[in-house]
Design a binder for this molecule. Structure first.
Ligand code: HAM
Length: 417
């Protein structure tokens, strides 16, 4: 038997209802906030990601599905959307006629990571990006959108962590100070962190090693290196979240795994997830447009892992898991000769918007009734020789077990939902 690729998953027919329900929520919430969907190809020229996410990030270093195509071009399956979206916005001049460009997306993404619970090699993200405003109000709009979506999905037990990485000059000052501190404690650091200290010192703050954590505990905090502009930006974000009554925790060690961020960064975490506890994250990325060859354009956004959202819903809010009724009406025939009548009636019901099933195995009435129960059908219509002669059928409500005979001509007046 040929198996699927490690770290990928089939979404099976009895799971798809839950996906559709989340997709409906993505649609609803983004419409409420005035965001429009953008779809881009699932692969891009490799430089779209290598020039934006950062040479010394895990994603670019170890996790990209990159290959040379038959034309000799290096292409990469998208590991995230922000860089691809910025490429598309620049290429299609989408910012030209709007003061703020509000976009959202949903689709598959690819990272060659070690698979575990909530960590896949092909996973799905839903995300939104607000482009052109340099002000903290747009950071807050993005966080409120994400928060609204989480609540609409029925998740109430989660934590929002926020931090600021400041503007370029605050961050450069901080990086220097952090590097000095980490270098003086280098001997206590793990091998991974020693390497990161040379390549990307901020990422040491993200280390999961217990020894590293001891060193990190006393590391300088970015919050002590903010200039007025950076501090004001962060203060407005915090006070607007307070006004909106969105609880958050300030985590001065939150740096995120992609290099394009400045000012506000944030992550949503849930205890229902285990080791991979972040189910969404984002932040401001004012430098990314110019890095990818566009004009300097401020922007902020976030993305959520759909598989992780589903894990939380299954673990902490099982009542939210959709139990789909598979059919409104199952048509039961007393014998095979009546199948053509069953097909005629089922087509009429489907045109009226009811999902309708006929037996395809020429089974006994008893077996057809069993199938009606198995499919969780709301009604069944029983077609018998005598009734058909009277141009009538019997409708049975499967919840109340009540039966009525009705003329076929009047079937269109009945509600089966
Ligand atoms: P990210 O934190 O790398 O950010 O990914 C966002 C979310 O995608 C994570 O919180 C997680 O739920 C999900 N995710 C990431 N990797 C995996 C994986 N291997 N398996 C399952 N789920 C995963 C970004 O991608 C940024 N582009 C977010 C952003 C948008 N920043 C600004 N705008």
């Amino acid at each position: 038997m040929i198996q699927n690729i490690r770290g990928t998953k089939d979404i099976l027919p009895d799971q798809i209802g839950q996906w559709h329900s989340l997709e409906r929520i993505f649609n609803e919430v983004t419409t409420l906030y005035g965001y429009k969907e953008l779809r881009t190809p699932i692969f891009e020229k490799t430089e779209v990601f290598s020039r934006s996410i950062g040479d010394n990030t895990d994603i670019v270093n170890k996790e990209m599905y990159t290959f040379i195509d038959k034309g000799g071009e290096s292409v990469t399956l998208r590991p995230e959307m922000t860089a691809a979206l910025v490429r598309s916005v620049i290429q299609n001049s989408l910012t030209q006629e709007v003061s703020a460009l509000r976009l959202w997306y949903f689709g598959p993404f690819f990272r060659y990571e070690r698979p575990q619970k909530g960590r896949l090699r092909q996973f799905h993200q839903f995300g939104a990006e607000c482009i052109r405003s340099p002000y903290p109000e747009s950071d807050v709009e993005i966080i409120l959108l994400a928060n609204q979506l989480i609540r609409k999905a029925g998740i109430s037990d989660y934590q929002l962590n926020i931090n600021t990485l400041g503007n370029d000059s605050s961050r450069t000052l901080y990086k220097d100070e952090l590097t000095k501190y980490l270098t003086s404690n280098k001997e206590q650091l793990s091998e991974d962190s020693k390497f990161r200290l040379e390549t990307n010192p901020l990422r040491v703050l993200d280390s999961k090693s217990e020894n590293d954590k001891l060193v990190i505990e006393s590391a300088p905090s970015i919050l002590d290196f903010l200039d007025d502009e950076s501090r004001n930006h962060f203060d407005v974000v915090k006070s607007m979240l307070d006004d909106a009554k969105v609880p958050y925790k300030i985590d001065p060690k939150l740096v995120r795994g992609l290099d394009y961020y400045c000012h506000t960064v944030f992550e949503f975490k849930s205890g229902a997830l285990g080791a991979q506890d972040a189910f969404g994250g984002g932040g401001r990325y004012d430098g990314l447009f110019s890095q990818l060859g566009g004009k300097l354009t401020p922007a902020v956004g976030f993305a959520m892992g759909v598989e992780r959202l589903l894990l939380i819903i299954e673990n902490s809010a099982p009542e939210q898991v959709i139990k789909q009724s598979d059919c409104d009406v199952f048509i039961v025939c007393m014998n095979e000769n009546l199948l053509k009548d069953a097909f005629k009636i089922s087509e009429m019901l489907r045109s009226n918007g009811y999902s309708t099933f006929c037996d395809l195995h020429r089974r006994s009435m008893k077996a057809q009734m069993r199938e009606t129960n198995k499919l969780n059908a709301k009604h069944c219509i029983i077609i018998g020789e005598d009734e058909i002669k009277r141009n009538a059928v019997t409708i049975k409500n499967m919840i109340t077990s009540k039966q009525v005979e009705i003329k076929i001509d009047l079937l269109h007046t009945i509600s089966f939902s």
